[in-house]
Design a protein around this ligand. Structure first.
Ligand SMILES: Nc1ncnc2c1ncn2[C@@H]1O[C@H](COP(=O)(O)OP(=O)(O)OP(=O)(O)O)[C@@H](O)[C@H]1O
Ligand SMILES: [Mg+2]
Length: 455
């Protein structure tokens, strides 16, 4: 941002990232938990059938006349059939001797009591689950240990697990998408009161320093409270300085006017030339001070108003004609004609008091610096940009000083004999700039100064 605000990060981004990040983490966690849990349930299903199968084989083992006899029950294998045609292996051992089945089938060390031990292993190149149980058979004069192992490949199980993984993955993705939507909704609702407050403050007029009345969330209350108290203090101090400017103008000008009239009256009565000379320079000094005080206070008022520009629709032609009416008596004293040139009206959004002040300074200058019996032209045009041009038939600006004349307290060498403080053009320039325009000084080819106030 280029409006001087030091920005670090974004609340919206931070909030959205936190919410979406946690949602992603939860989705991944959920995926693994559900998948592990379902794998365990699926495995225990296969395990219980293997256990049943081992038990039914072990139950079919009998001892007849010292020999172990087994009639392998059909159901022991049929119960293991799966959709995926998983392969089934078995091994039947009498002590260390293989009676039937696969010799290489991995066999777990099962206790004699008939408890079943389950292990996962690799057999014949495929992962298998092996259930093993052992039983002690006691004959007339011998005792032997029979061990039964049944193994099954895990294709059906793997298929089930894949299906579960896919579904849990889809559910996780759906959950994540939903969370992103909820996160953006939550982010917006959280940020919205802040945006509303910002809007209501930026939409205010420059002079509106009333407290914020719109309800805000609890967390924003301290900010709004300090903003309100800040605005209240600003309002008080602005009012004070406005009053101060008006009061100061009054207090400085009135006594100066009194002193001046006393000095003038005394001048009438005094005869001696050196005393009269002293009184004349005193009157001039008073005029200088009075003008300086007036211009300084005007300049202060203009700086103040320009900072809090309050614009209304103003017709420039009306404004110029008004001023001409007021200054005509002064112009007549020098036999100067004030002419207004315009084409209809020229309406602009501006602060009329500022424009009047600027324009008065320009016309005053023309009146001050031109010879008697000449003409001052005020030309108003609305296009291409609203402008007022003040032209006179005087000597024009001193050419080598032109760039500096609008600076504060700057006076030209042609102004030595006239009273002035060097603030008139500064005021006009500040007013133009406050309205987004500019002030240009030129000398016309046929002689005479031309000042353009462009808005
Ligand atoms: N119309 C003009 N013709 C010739 N010179 C001018 C004209 N207007 C201004 N100037 C020159 O520009 C200088 C600055 O003008 P500015 O109005 O800022 O100050 P000022 O007239 O000397 O004092 P004040 O603040 O009392 O108006 C003047 O001193 C004068 O030299
Ligand atoms: Mg002036």
């Amino acid at each position: 941002m280029d409006d001087g605000v030091n920005v670090t990060g974004s609340l919206r981004a931070r909030l959205a990232l936190t919410l979406i990040g946690s949602a992603a983490a939860i989705a991944v966690l959920l995926f693994f938990v559900v998948r592990t849990y379902s794998a365990q349930i699926a495995q225990s299903g296969q395990d219980s059938i293997l256990e049943a199968s081992v038990t039914s084989i072990l139950d079919a083992v009998t001892l007849r006349e010292g020999d172990v006899e087994v009639d392998l029950p059909y159901v022991a294998f049929s119960m293991l059939s799966t959709d995926a045609d998983d392969r089934v292996f078995y091994a039947l051992w009498q002590d260390e001797t293989l009676l039937s089945g696969y010799e290489l089938l991995p066999v777990a060390d099962a206790p004699d009591g008939g408890e079943i031990v389950l292990v996962s292993a690799i057999f014949d190149g495929a992962p298998v689950r092996v259930a093993t149980a052992a039983r002690i058979l006691v004959g007339a004069n011998d005792r032997m240990r029979v061990t039964v192992s049944v193994a099954q490949t895990q294709d059906a199980l793997a298929g089930t697990l894949n299906r579960i993984s896919r579904n849990v993955g889809l559910i996780g993705a759906g959950f994540f998408i939903l969370s992103v939507l909820v996160a953006s909704w939550a982010t917006n609702t959280t940020i919205r009161p802040m945006e509303r407050l910002t809007n209501s403050i930026t939409r205010r007029g420059p002079k509106d320093l009333t407290p914020v009345a719109r309800p805000v969330p609890l967390e924003m209350a301290p900010l709004v409270a300090s903003l309100n108290s800040f605005m209240a203090r600003l309002d008080t101090s602005l009012k004070q300085s406005e009053d101060f400017i008006a009061e100061a103008a009054h207090r400085v000008r009135t006594p100066l006017a009194t002193v001046r009239s006393h000095a003038e009256a005394t001048l009438q009565r005094v005869e001696r030339e050196d005393n009269r000379q002293a009184l004349r320079s005193m009157v001039r000094a008073i005029d200088e001070s009075s003008r300086a005080a007036g211009q300084l206070l005007d300049h202060a008022m203009i700086t103040f108003r320009a900072d809090h520009l309050e614009t209304h629709e103003v017709d420039l032609v009306e404004l110029v004609e008004d001023l001409v009416t007021r200054l005509t008596p002064v112009a007549e004293m020098k036999d100067i004609a004030l002419t207004v040139v315009s084409e209809g009206e020229a309406r602009v959004e501006a602060d009329a008091i500022l424009l009047q002040n600027a324009l008065r300074n320009l016309v005053e200058n023309a009146l001050k610096y031109v010879p008697e019996e000449s003409e001052i032209t005020l030309e108003v045009s609305a296009t291409p940009r609203p402008r007022i041009e003040v032209r006179d038939e005087g000597p024009g600006f001193p050419p080598d000083q032109m760039q500096d004349l609008a600076a504060r307290f700057s006076r030209g060498e042609n102004a030595k004999d006239t009273i002035g403080s060097g603030l008139g053009l500064t005021i006009a320039k500040d007013v133009a700039m406050a309205h987004g325009g500019e002030l240009t000084l030129t000398n016309m080819p046929e002689g005479g100064a031309c000042v353009t106030l462009l808005l």
